[in-house]
Design a protein around this ligand. Sequence first.
Ligand SMILES: [Zn+2]
Length: 294
Amino acid sequence: MLFKLSQYQSTVSSPLVFRGVGVHSGHVSELHVLPAEPGSGIVFERGDLSAKNSELKGFSASAKHILSTTMCTTVGLDAEYKISTVEHLLAAVSGAQIDNIKVIASGPEIPVLDGSSKEFFSRLSAARKIQDPHKRKYYRLKKQVALSQGQSTLKAKPGDALRIHCVIEFESAKIGRQELVFGESNNPFAEVAYARTFCSLGDFEKLKAAGLGKGGSLDNAVVVDGDHVLNEGGLRSNDEFVRHKVLDAVGDFYLLGAPLLADVYLERPGHGLNALFTKTLLENKDDYLEEIEI
Ligand SMILES: [Zn+2]
């Protein structure tokens, strides 16, 4: 059975709180996810800054607010009013088919939790509340798109659901070449939600030396040293790496502001290329996207 796309909009039935360290900043922060009205979309707010200045309002989860894609996706209004590592949360929001929430972060970064979308997805799915009779808006891709950036390639064509065919290739024999087709089962997001972020031990040490990855540890990332995984419990599945890349893409694509119906092929993807894709579609919306209800 194929995944059933929701006809109606959804929010959460009651507020949810997530607490934890930010993988890059090392700041412990709290995230409040609140119910929101039909048609309001996903709105981010920095609770700590809004408390100091009530004129500071939030911003929508849109590719037009992407500020940076180095290591993670950062969205915001300026160098101060911004929130990093939104992709794992947005992936879970997309996977749970939730349209309208207010997300208030108490600091500059979303808690990384265990490095996957597992907790976000299970709690958001459990709290999901359908906003019948408000119909959900979808973006159907109207024509083919092909983009590349460095070694990353993306090709998309029209489709009737979000299907992602992803290929990655790493030197480490532990990762190697991995391939996944997402979107062809009855609960596709559950098959990637558990996949954690990953890096090589070398990159991990470089990040630390550069003052980044301050909150990063074996509790919230898979660290690969040559052909070995340093985490005590090993991998959650042998193809956890490509599953995480798909999870990242699902989260990044939700910055279109509505669920995308397209067939996407990704080779060696990254946040930079995902952002180029969503920005290209939004900046040329009439050419590429048709707004539909189902
Ligand atoms: Zn990620």
